[in-house]
Design a protein around this ligand. Structure first.
Ligand SMILES: [Zn+2]
Length: 149
């Protein structure tokens, strides 16, 4: 990736960061509603806000990570195979850290796990009730398959 394009992405991330921080500030201020809202509704709203804040926080980390990579010159390099991430992919999803091939590979891994999960619970014959132990086993499957990719 040439320097000019790198600069463009850097500006993009700086803008993205500003927008994200502003959005987080707005979520924070909507929390100060006082007590005219009934409690259960407020709780629900807060849970929603926390979920949103969590997502924004996650995004912020990705943006910072990308800005860091721009600084040390590794932006646009796939974390899996060290190949270049396609420019079109970066334009569509600037915080991408994997090239298309690696991303597709890890997605195949995920759907494989989903399939195993379905057949696994089906075979147990518990109908819709999945015993707790089956969840733990599924988690292990997910963890194990993630380390493979
Ligand atoms: Zn790759």
């Amino acid at each position: 990736m040439n320097g000019e394009m790198m600069k463009q992405f850097e500006n993009l991330f700086i803008e993205l960061k500003k927008t994200t921080l502003n959005e987080m500030k707005m979520i924070d201020s909507t929390n100060e509603k006082g007590d005219e809202v009934d409690l259960s509704q407020e709780d629900r709203q807060r849970a929603l806000d926390l979920k949103l804040l969590g997502r924004q926080n996650f995004m912020l980390k990705k943006i910072d990570n990308a800005l860091f990579k721009i600084k040390n010159g590794t932006f646009g390099i796939c974390e899996e195979c060290d190949g270049e991430i396609e420019t079109n992919r970066l334009r569509a999803r600037p915080v991408a850290t994997e090239c298309i091939a690696c991303k597709e590979e890890s997605e195949r891994g995920e759907s494989q796990v989903l399939y195993e999960k379905r057949s696994h619970t089906h075979g147990k014959g518990f109908g819709n009730v999945i015993p707790l132990r089956a969840h733990a086993a599924d988690l292990e499957t997910v963890l194990a398959s993630n380390s493979d990719y």
